[in-house]
Write a protein that binds this ligand. Structure first.
Ligand code: KIV
Length: 280
């Protein structure tokens, strides 16, 4: 069935998100597809086309398999489905780390080909040059510090950050570097609650927590985790607000049973030779 595209496109800008620091918490979710963008747009301030798409939709083991082309294709789908939210697209691993010029070229391509409002990159002090260069090129950047999924191999697994004094100091340096480089906000992932709260109070840009603290200026979750679609283990920080696994499984079981018993399609789902009023 053909859906009409949203007619309004009065978007929440990255600058508006920045100005929400300390105000009503900023509501963020990931989205990777057109139908989810259509459903989520009215409820959130920001939709992130995260590189988690590589794991969530493509079944890869880590986010390292995401490519620029994959991010652009999902970014385009989300942009088609959303009219209001600030849409941010992740730059995938391998597309920005080498140099500021590489980061700007990748960010430019993502923004030009999707029309999104901003890009996100992982890293603090080590990525400050890249963030500053992208911002100088006129593209808004969201930072990402704490547990960095793109560094999972280097870190030897998904490790919660902020458990040693040295690590806390490094996290604070990362947050300050991301702010100083001009990011409009920063995701804090998988970080001890008090450390995430402290960083939130120390920097002037909004912090968006995931496995962090309710004191953050906003929260984000992976949509499939949040609606109970994730088939593998969900992380501790996820709250499942629905159980779509069961809904889909029951629907598929009912369909299979009706097909096998020849009760589907029923008379409502077929066309007669005479009656044209019931045509599509
Ligand atoms: O890729 C992603 O979904 C993310 C969020 C978890 C913040 O980076």
């Amino acid at each position: 069935m053909a859906h009409e595209l949203p007619t309004t496109d009065i978007r929440i800008s990255a600058d508006l998100i920045r100005r929400r620091k300390g105000g009503t918490p900023i509501v963020c979710l990931t989205a990777y597809t057109y139908p989810f963008a259509r459903l989520l747009d009215e409820h959130v301030d920001l939709l992130l086309v995260g590189d988690s798409v590589a794991m969530v939709l493509h079944g890869l083991q880590t986010t390292l398999g995401a490519s620029l082309e994959m991010m652009i294709a999902h970014g385009q789908a989300v942009m088609r489905g959303s009219a209001k939210a600030c849409v941010v697209v992740d730059l995938p691993a391998g597309s920005y780390e080498d140099s500021a010029a590489q980061a700007v070229a990748s960010a430019r391509r993502v923004v030009d080909e999707t029309g999104c409002q901003a890009v996100k990159i992982e890293g603090g002090v080590d990525m400050a040059r890249q963030i500053a260069a992208i911002v100088a090129a006129g593209i808004a950047v969201m930072g990402h510090i704490g547990l960095l999924p793109q560094s999972v191999e280097k870190d030897g697994g998904y490790k919660i950050k902020g458990r040693t004094e040295e690590n806390v100091e490094a996290l604070v340096r990362d947050a300050l570097a991301v702010e100083e480089a001009g990011a409009f906000s920063v995701v804090i992932e998988g970080t001890v609650e008090t450390v995430a709260a402290d960083i939130t109070h120390r920097i002037a840009i909004p912090t968006i927590g995931i496995g962090a603290s309710r004191d953050c200026d906003g929260q984000i979750l992976v949509i499939d985790d949040m609606v109970g679609l994730t088939v593998d283990r969900v992380p501790k920080f996820v709250k499942e607000y629905a159980d779509l696994r069961s809904v889909i499984s029951h629907a598929a079981a009912s369909y299979a049973s009706e097909v096998r018993s020849r009760t589907f399609p029923g008379s409502d789902h077929v066309f007669s030779a005479k009656n044209r009023r019931d045509d599509l």
